[in-house]
Design a protein around this ligand. Structure first.
Ligand SMILES: Cc1ncc(COP(=O)(O)O)c(C=O)c1O
Length: 408
């Protein structure tokens, strides 16, 4: 880590307290712009999967860049609209939608992406003649771990490719205009071959006979990010070239050029996020050293939930000799670990630790288990650290709960 980033993080922790999330908005913009160099298609659309991080200032930064939004709940749509995204730049890809949710979203004018035959039938009955996008299951299994692989018939996502004709029949029965076809294979795809195979599978069902009104194909998110210091970076240059070649060939066969959409979350925001926490205790348990911090898994759950690797660095003793230790939180669960048997430069009580790749699926997956409020969020814009979202106090949290409680 360079000295200036380290100083920024230490100063931000001193000013805003720990635990603390910091998002580098310039980095988010760079990640977004890079995709347009890697995938050169005239009508490339990047729809940010805002489930990765719904921080308001981060959303505004992506809106300034011209990104669209992949939203998965009515609240995400409302938040995206408040951050300035135009209605037509949002695609709604919810799972197991209720009828009232469908009505609510349809009212906003946001394009709905439907992933089940019976839901499509219901949608057609409710809103005949409407535009719609249809999510297929690409029948390819890949992802960072089993829980975030979304392809294959053992998962709940998408309509099976075998049912493509049924989709066409339902659409024509209700006069639905299928404007787009969609797939998402998984998060943290390990092989570019999976991206290509999923694209091929969707393109094979996207015939002009079956779907004459297509305007775009959306191949989801899942672009892998590098999280370990010794990891080989993914070869996005060749992947981008191949994607463009494949899509161009498809469009010739389809009879006209369609727009090419992706909806990355991690790729745009993961490495732009830093999480800083303070070490309160260092305990020697026979041959284990256990370092306890002032945060816990409800505030950054990926290691506990997915066994996900997050690199941890000692911000305040970067040059110390290394030690191996468990880095855990302040929650009453044994699984409350950020890192197990990790080599890190010597940790002392009072040190500040940095957790990297904290921009995606960290704050957004957070909760208040043990009634510990979520950390504050700040953003780094150009050279300035600006407050973004307040940490709630313990008293504030109790007040909020009592406010929502009946008959207090
Ligand atoms: C439908 C859909 N699109 C996009 C994404 C974003 O994935 P990632 O953050 O890995 O790019 C997800 C996340 O799982 C998803 O479910």
């Amino acid at each position: 880590m360079n000295e200036s980033t380290r100083t920024t993080l230490i100063d931000a922790a001193a000013e805003h307290g720990t635990p603390l999330y910091l998002y580098d908005l310039n980095r988010v913009a760079d990640n977004y712009r890079r995709l347009f160099q890697l995938i050169q298609w005239p009508s490339l659309g990047i729809f940010y999967a805002m489930k990765a991080n719904y921080n308001f200032h981060l959303l505004q930064a992506l809106n300034r860049e011209g990104a669209g939004i992949d939203a998965v709940s009515p609240a995400e749509i409302q938040m995206a609209l408040k951050a300035g995204f135009p209605v037509e730049s949002i695609i709604y890809t919810a799972n197991n939608m209720t009828e009232s949710e469908m009505r609510e979203v349809h009212e906003t004018g946001v394009l709905m992406n439907i992933d089940t035959l019976s839901t499509l039938e219901k949608y057609g009955r409710l809103f005949p003649g409407s535009n719609v996008c249809v999510r297929f299951n690409p029948d390819v299994k890949d992802g960072e771990n089993e829980k975030i692989m979304t392809g294959g018939n053992l998962t709940k996502f998408g309509i099976l490719l075998d049912d493509a004709d049924k989709v066409g029949e339902i659409a024509s029965r209700y006069g639905l205009k299928v404007r787009g076809l969609h797939e998402h294979t998984g998060s943290g795809l390990q092989m570019s071959e999976s991206v290509f195979k999923s694209m091929e599978n969707i393109m094979a069902v996207a015939t002009p006979e079956r779907f004459p009104d297509l305007e775009f194909l959306d191949f989801g998110g899942g672009f892998k990010v590098t999280v370990r210091p010794d990891e080989e970076p993914f070869d996005y240059e060749s992947m981008g070239v191949r994607i463009t070649e494949m899509f161009s060939r498809f469009c010739k066969g389809y009879g006209r050029d369609l727009a090419l959409y992706f909806e990355p979350g991690k790729y745009l925001v993961s490495d732009a996020g830093y999480f800083v926490m303070e070490v309160n205790t260092v305990k020697n348990n026979r041959d284990r050293v256990i370092c306890g911090t002032d945060s816990g898994f409800p505030q950054l759950i990926r290691p506990t939930l997915y066994n996900a690797y997050h690199h941890v660095e000692n911000l305040t003793n970067p040059e110390g000799e290394t030690m191996v230790c468990d880095i855990c939180g302040n929650i009453c669960e044994t699984g409350d670990l950020f890192a197990e048997q990790r080599e890190v430069s010597r940790i002392r009580e009072g040190d500040l630790l940095l957790v990297r790749n904290a921009g995606a699926y960290c704050y957004s997956m957070g909760g208040i288990y043990n009634m510990r409020p979520m950390p504050a969020e700040v953003v780094l814009q150009d050279e300035s650290v600006l407050p973004s979202r307040k940490r709630m106090s313990a008293g504030g949290l109790v007040e909020q709960i009592l406010l929502e409680t009946e008959r207090v």
